[in-house]
Design a protein around this ligand. Structure first.
Ligand SMILES: Nc1nc2c(ncn2[C@@H]2O[C@H](COP(=O)(O)OP(=O)(O)OP(=O)(O)O)[C@@H](O)[C@H]2O)c(=O)[nH]1
Length: 301
């Protein structure tokens, strides 16, 4: 395995499965998503793609697998044939490049935000918003059509890992911001490698994506000449900013922020978001009334 950062990582899907989900309460039957587990030649992590699009189910097992059966249930009118020993699809459909745009979220692991209900960051909220945007049918944007992909990168704490992130939290409690805390611990401000996500998206045969993000580094990483293109950015506006009078690019109708849930509020999350905007160039306009500050800075795209 090579580790040349100028080259795109090589990714290989090592497991796929169909997952019925409860994400869409308006759906009469449960919608289905597919989990694709990838290994790669950059790190020893298993990264994930969560897809909602029928052409992206290569290798996914559909129907009830028994040792005698070689034909699985049909899916969207296509009869699926699979290898009963491995569970892999034999049919080759879905191998063509997908011609069209799909909403895509590249999300980084955050145990504290997604599992432990931490109000230090908005990671759990963002993950839910991305799922709602992609999986629900009643979102504002007609572009969704209940199709899309979430690439879930196992890059906890912007790549520094959970134990180092907890040390950073302690420094933040002493007054450092998230960037200063990382640097004091001898880590980069952001140690993530988004090119793994690009390779996964290309493996899923995507060529054009509408990226759900405020992070300019993700927008850059997604542009692979002649292969992968970001056609538009869908801003991730914190839910709590709904009532705070967010302006500028946050008022874009085509955002993930389409419901009235009040979102995460804490002085820690405000500091976290402020540091993203002021030090990491995130494409968000701070609401003027942000608690504990009178910020009015606007980052232009
Ligand atoms: N080092 C460090 N990492 C944190 C902290 N809070 C959250 N994180 C990590 O920051 C990452 C958030 O990444 P993403 O959800 O991809 O979002 P993003 O890069 O901010 O960009 P968006 O696409 O705009 O949401 C996760 O890996 C979190 O674990 C912190 O205080 N310190």
């Amino acid at each position: 395995m090579t580790n040349n950062s100028n080259e795109l990582p090589i990714v290989e899907c090592i497991a796929r499965a169909r997952i019925p989900t409860t994400r869409d309460p308006n759906h009469s039957t449960y919608p289905e998503i597919f989990l694709h587990l990838y290994k790669n030649n950059r790190d020893n992590k298993e990264h994930l793609a969560i897809t909602q699009y029928e052409r992206l189910i290569r290798g996914a097992y559909i129907g009830k697998l028994t040792p005698e059966r070689e034909i699985a249930d049909s899916y969207n009118g296509i009869t699926l044939q699979f290898d009963p020993k491995t569970g892999d699809l034999i049919s080759n459909f879905g191998e063509d490049t997908f011609h069209g745009r799909l909403p895509v979220r590249i999300h980084s692991e955050c145990f504290t935000g997604e599992t432990a209900w931490s109000a230090r960051c908005d990671c759990g909220e963002q993950f839910d918003l991305a799922g709602d945007y992609i999986l629900q049918s009643d979102v504002k944007s007609k572009m969704c059509q209940q199709h899309g992909v979430i690439v879930y990168l196992r890059q906890e704490g912007r790549g520094i890992g959970l134990s180092e992130k907890l040390k950073a939290y302690n420094l933040q409690d002493l007054g450092k911001d998230t960037v200063e805390a990382n640097l004091l611990l001898n880590h980069p401000a952001d140690g993530r490698d988004f090119s793994i996500a690009s390779s996964i998206l290309m493996d899923l045969q995507l060529s054009e994506v509408d990226l759900l993000t405020n992070n300019p580094d993700k927008l850059k990483a997604i542009e692979i000449e002649g292969k992968l293109r970001c056609t538009s950015r869908i801003p991730m506006v914190p839910l709590s900013w709904n009532e705070e009078g967010a302006n500028g690019n946050n008022n874009n109708n085509n955002t993930t922020n389409s419901n009235s849930h009040s979102g995460i509020r804490s002085k820690e999350v405000e500091s976290y978001l402020r540091t993203k905007i002021e030090k990491m160039g995130h494409l968000l306009t701070t609401p003027l009334t942000m608690h504990g500050s009178n910020l009015s800075s606007t980052k232009k795209e």
